[in-house]
Design a protein around this ligand. Structure first.
Ligand code: ADP
Ligand code: ZN
Length: 712
């Protein structure tokens, strides 16, 4: 077997037409029975790298996975795709385990998931020796590294696999890319002449965006309003913040909940489960959330607070869009957060650690203040080349331009000077904008000359200018004085010696551009409505089967279904992500649902869907209506209905022509077709038959002839 069989298996069992970059080389290597190491980001498609070769090679594949909670879902997903898979771990009864073992002996199982504990339990290797094993896959292989945060001592024993089964290839997979981990995987597993495949760690489907942290709540509400029903996570720094944010969102009518390490294990599990099942849309959580969960359709991640370093940031936004469909990451940035983080670092860590942590925090800030493509900054941080701008971040969307910002700088510096260098950036902005709030009034700042001197510039822009002045050394932040802004020598040059300052301005999109961009991003109304309709169906099917909704179909697949509206078998199977077995299980249910939806749309006369009007007729026929009734109900001519029926028949739909066109009538039409050599125009046939058969029947006869002769 080779890559061709692998490609067939990809289509048959996973419904995909092509391998993603990297997958094909990896699979070829495994099929050559060579040891393989795969470093690929989350959502990159690691599972396919061992599942596909495991399926095409004779025998059973053994997958070692430390996450027992995920095993069930993975196995369910495989079963749903028509792959005979099972798992063995400590959560099962002896009876359940025996059943699986028997399936192994019978050669019925293709893929067996085991926990490391189970694999290393006594007698298990001799059990395996009695089977034909074609591959060992070690998932989450970084757990073998004592350097990492997920170290699992049992993983060290996995070296016995190579010792006991020298002829079985091993594939080790992880989303952790650092060099030490990589070395540990190679050496600890005793891999033989392994080939290492390192994918780009870019997650191109995630839109990257940073906003100043003022008025976060309003910004979040705006954000949510534009993304109805889309599941997402809001990461907060403190437990209390997760609770109060969830409460506020609930008050606004959103379906939100919170999660943090202070909850009981049972509550945490319950909350996770509800999110997994799409029963909760918005999860307000500390970074403790997301470790053990594998929800592929998280559509957005918001950082309510600045993460402490780029590693955390990247890991957390990585929980969005694992299914490869477009997703978003929005980060709120404020100097107040920087201060809090600095406090946490300086109070909790030794001096040596502190320096490293503070340096990492600096890099995080640089990212947040970046004035060039964010993805570039991110990838460079992780040591990857990224030669062109990404086109999928806020900066690429809205590239900044530099301008002479001397006057702006002077206003800021003068406000700092007049408040005797005692106030933080947010208050400086309040002063410039002339906000009459408790602080500005109680301290008499409204009497300052600079009060309201910057009303013409939005607060967010003032914030950004302050950040830029700090970066240019024209201002300083005293983190040990509640973030008070301080003047520097350079400030004096700007204030008194005529030094010019260059600042960067983020262009406001014109309303027209804004609208165009929105249109580009949002789907048509009908499409959105159909997506929602199908999403509900997916949820219902998932609940009935006690599996997460994305195991039925992923968001990307559902999205494509909503766009393409497939209503027959070949069209449905052509959707990316629809495996053969998935079609058998769900295809008809979804097709029926699409047809019902389209019929309802037509009834409500909401939209004339191009190219689907005959499908509405189809739905009504299936409900047992006659052409006359359909013509009446839909307010269309009777010949239009017959023409729909002919089209439907011609396209292979299950409609019976007999009631409208007898065999004898058809034989007459057929003669007309053959004599006049026409398979589309009706008039010559009508004339040839000298009016013996009416136009409606000729239309039907042409449909039947075309189907019988495979004429599209
Ligand atoms: P990882 O384990 O690397 O996080 P997964 O194996 O879960 O990623 O794959 C992520 C998503 O990408 C899944 O929904 C999977 O079905 C999809 N996927 C994998 N390979 C392909 C492919 N060749 N074409 C389209 N989608 C794919
Ligand atoms: Zn970019």
């Amino acid at each position: 077997m080779g890559i061709r069989e692998a490609r067939e298996a990809l289509k048959l069992y996973f419904g995909y037409d092509q391998f993603r970059p990297g997958q094909e080389d990896i699979i070829t290597n495994v099929l050559e029975k060579r040891d393989t190491v795969v470093l690929m980001p989350t959502g990159g498609g690691k599972s396919v790298c061992y599942q596909v070769p495991g399926l095409v090679m004779p025998g059973l594949s053994v997958v070692v996975s430390p996450l027992i909670a995920l095993m069930k879902d993975q196995v369910e997903a495989l079963l749903g795709n028509g792959v005979n898979a099972g798992y063995l771990n400590s959560s099962q009864s002896a009876k359940e385990q025996q059943l699986i073992e028997q399936q192994c002996f019978d050669g019925r199982l293709k893929m067996l998931y085991v926990s490391p504990e189970k694999l290393l339990s006594s007698g298990f290797f001799s059990f395996l020796k009695r089977l034909q094993i074609n591959l060992f896959a070690i998932d989450e292989a970084h757990c073998i590294s004592a350097w990492g945060h997920d170290f699992r001592p049992e993983y060290l024993q996995l070296k016995n696999l190579k010792l006991q089964f020298p002829e079985v290839p091993i594939i080790a997979l992880t989303a952790t890319a650092d060099r030490l981990t990589q070395r540990d995987i190679l050496t600890q597993l005793y891999l033989q002449d392994p080939k290492v495949f390192i994918s780009s760690f870019d997650r191109p489907n995630i839109y990257l965006q940073v906003q100043p942290g003022q008025k976060r709540m309003e910004a979040i509400l705006d954000f949510l309003e534009e993304r109805p029903f889309k599941p997402g996570i809001i990461y907060c720094l403190s437990r209390k913040a997760t609770e109060s944010l969830a409460t506020k969102l609930k008050e606004k009518g959103y379906n939100a909940d919170f999660y943090h390490a202070g909850l009981s294990a049972r509550d945490r599990e319950r909350v996770q489960e509800r999110f997994l099942q799409d029963n909760v849309q918005i999860m307000c959580a500390t970074i403790a959330f997301g470790m053990g969960i594998d929800k592929s359709n998280v559509r957005w991640v918001i950082h309510y607070n600045l993460p402490k370093n780029m590693e955390s940031y990247y890991q957390e936004i990585g929980r969005a869009g694992r299914d490869g469909a477009s997703a978003e990451a929005l980060l709120f940035y404020s100097l107040a957060d920087v201060m809090t983080l600095r406090d946490i670092i300086t109070q909790g860590e030794s001096t040596k650690e502190q320096n490293l942590s503070l340096a990492k925090l600096d890099r995080m800030q640089q990212y947040a203040e970046s004035t060039s493509c964010r993805r570039k900054t991110l990838m460079h941080y992780f040591g990857e080349e990224y030669p062109t701008d990404c086109g999928n971040c806020d900066i690429c969307d809205n590239p900044p331009t530099s301008f002479n910002g001397t006057e702006h700088a002077q206003k800021i510096l003068s406000a700092v000077a007049r408040t005797k260098e005692t106030v933080a950036s947010a208050q400086v902005v309040d002063i410039l904008r002339g906000s009459r709030n408790q602080l500005t009034l109680s301290r008499g700042y409204d009497q300052l000359k600079t009060f309201g001197a910057g009303r013409d510039v939005p607060s967010q822009d003032w914030q950004r200018y302050i950040h830029q002045l700090i970066n240019q050394g024209i201002l300083e932040v005293a983190y040990d004085e509640h973030g008070a802004l301080k003047l520097t020598n350079s400030s004096q040059d700007v204030l008194f010696k005529g030094r010019k300052v260059e600042l960067v301005k983020f262009q406001q999109l014109s309303p027209k551009e804004e609208k165009e961009k929105k249109q580009k991003k949002t789907r048509s109304g009908v499409e959105t409505a159909l997506f929602e309709h199908l999403r509900q169906l997916r949820k219902q099917l998932a609940n009935e089967r006690n599996i997460p909704p994305y195991v039925v179909f992923t968001d990307s697949t559902l999205q494509e279904i909503a766009e393409q509206r497939p209503t027959n078998r070949p069209a449905f199977l052509a959707i990316s992500g629809v495996a053969q077995a998935k079609y058998e299980q769900y295809g008809e249910i979804f097709i029926n649902s699409i047809l019902t939806f389209l019929a309802q749309q037509a009834d409500q006369n909401q939209a004339r869907l191009k190219g689907t009007t005959h499908l509405v007729t189809y739905e009504l026929l299936r409900q047992g209506k006659t052409p006359e009734e359909i013509s009446e109900q839909r307010q269309v001519q009777i010949n239009t209905v017959y023409s729909h029926i002919a089209t439907l028949y011609q396209q292979g739909y299950d409609v019976d022509l007999k009631p409208y066109l007898s065999d004898w009538e058809y034989s007459r039409v057929k003669e007309g077709i053959l004599r006049t050599n026409q398979t589309a125009a009706m008039k010559p046939i009508f004339e040839y038959l000298e009016g013996e058969i009416d136009y409606l029947k000729i239309r039907l006869g042409i449909g039947r002839y075309n189907r019988e002769n495979n004429i599209a």
